[in-house]
Design a protein around this ligand. Structure first.
Ligand SMILES: [Zn+2]
Length: 142
């Protein structure tokens, strides 16, 4: 597999809320509750203090892009009689809903981007392998 294909696979895994490293779907216990590590490969998701700042930036960019597209389309369609109160109300609600619901996806996308830009260091690989080995022994490989 080429480097570009690997990078796209890692990003795709992040986009569908899977572990970007191994593709395991168990990154979240529920929609908003992320596990600390991947249940399959042991990847530590929060790699350093302030790690989720990148996820917040992705979340903000996606939320505001969706907001802008909806607002511009609405204004163009309704021009010149733009209903300001409904427009602003929908805009506020849309910003709240998208920002909250997309955040878990933004986190796994950020993990994927971070893994591509900042690959695991030797000690992280050792720790992940050790945890994977302990898990294999405790579950009998199940
Ligand atoms: Zn994993």
């Amino acid at each position: 597999m080429s480097d570009v294909s690997k990078a796209l696979l890692v990003l795709l895994r992040g986009l569908v809320r899977r572990c970007p490293s191994c593709g395991d779907p168990g990154t979240y216990q529920r929609w908003f509750f992320m596990r600390g590590r991947c249940p399959r490969c042991g990847l530590l998701f929060e790699r350093e203090e302030g790690y989720w700042t990148g996820a917040m930036a992705i979340n903000l960019i996606v939320t505001e892009l969706i907001f802008a597209v909806v607002m511009v389309a609405w204004v163009i369609k309704a021009w010149p009689d733009v209903p300001m109160v409904p427009l602003l109300t929908v805009g506020l609600v849309l910003n709240g809903i998208v920002a909250v619901l997309f955040y878990p996806i933004a986190r796994t996308i950020w993990i994927a981007i971070d893994l591509l830009l900042h690959p695991l260091e030797a000690e992280e690989i050792e720790e992940t392998a050790r945890l994977h080995h302990v898990r294999e022994r405790s579950t009998g490989g199940l």
